[in-house]
Design a protein around this ligand. Structure first.
Ligand code: AP5
Ligand code: MG
Length: 220
């Protein structure tokens, strides 16, 4: 693992549902000292633990609708630490969330992943996850060592409630309508590096994305 410079770097990994945000973040966390903040994982953990917040957001997640801004912003505020280097995964997803984030923290780069929707739909029905950590597996791409079990803890893998055809369709619609305009918002911000990576293979994308970050953002 490479040590990041003393100055905290904050990077947003942006993309459609199932576009490989979590996969790319896991690779970056292995290679660098980032704090990975996935709002989806944080929300799913609340649902799994049956907390009051979990009860409030459960139906939004299952149906593939965005959780109200205020709830997500409060979660983010409790997770960020000005001294850390953060990787944001699935946040921000609305212009309102983006405006609040850039006021709270200096954002260095926005990395957009552009994956064809047909590829996404196929992958999501084939995905298995470990809820507490958010680790993701697919039997054809990155299978677990033991069938049905998380590699690190040995706990059971499950399929996400929103990885069904109706919710997948709604998530992609929400992305097109509400979230994709956030990209335009960031591309117009000065002092935030913006780059788009196209493709259908996370491993191939990562081969280009990593040197881009090292050279243009992390300066290591
Ligand atoms: P969230 O958990 O963020 O879900 P999402 O955006 O729908 O994205 P995913 O996690 O499904 O996909 P991903 O891009 O991480 O892709 P992955 O790496 O897994 O959010 C869930 C819900 O929470 C939202 O719908 C909303 O309700 C709520 N929420 C969260 N944040 C919010 C916010 N800011 N505001 C409001 N509401 C919010 O990859 C996908 C699959 O592809 C995996 O199975 C992977 O193994 C596989 N894969 C990757 N690369 C390859 C390859 N090369 N070949 C084959 N398979 C591959
Ligand atoms: Mg994810």
């Amino acid at each position: 693992m490479t040590t990041l410079s003393k100055i905290a770097k904050n990077i947003i990994i942006f993309g459609a549902p199932g576009g490989g945000k979590g996969t790319i973040c896991n690779k970056l966390v292995k290679d660098f000292q980032f704090t990975h903040i996935s709002t989806g994982n944080l929300l799913r953990n609340q649902v799994a633990k049956n907390t009051a917040l979990g009860t409030q957001v459960k139906s939004f997640l299952a149906e593939g609708l965005l959780v109200p801004d205020q709830i997500v912003v409060d979660i983010i505020k409790s997770e960020i630490n000005q001294k850390d280097s953060h990787l944001f995964d699935g946040f921000p997803r609305t212009i309102e969330q983006a405006s609040i984030l850039i006021q709270a923290l200096k954002i260095d780069a926005v990395i957009s992943l552009e994956i064809p929707f047909e590829v996404i739909i196929e992958r999501l029905s084939n995905r298995w996850i470990h809820i507490p950590s958010g680790r993701t597996y697919a039997y054809d791409y990155n299978p677990p060592i033991k069938h049905g079990l998380d590699d690190i803890t040995g706990e059971a893998l499950i399929q996400r409630e929103d990885d069904n055809p109706i919710s997948i369709k709604r998530r992609l619609e929400e992305y097109e309508k509400v979230t994709s305009p956030v990209l335009n918002f960031f591309s117009q911000q000065q002092n935030i590096k913006f780059s788009n990576f196209k493709g259908s293979e996370s491993n191939v994308i990562y081969k280009n994305l990593k040197p881009f970050l090292v050279e243009h953002v992390l300066n290591i």
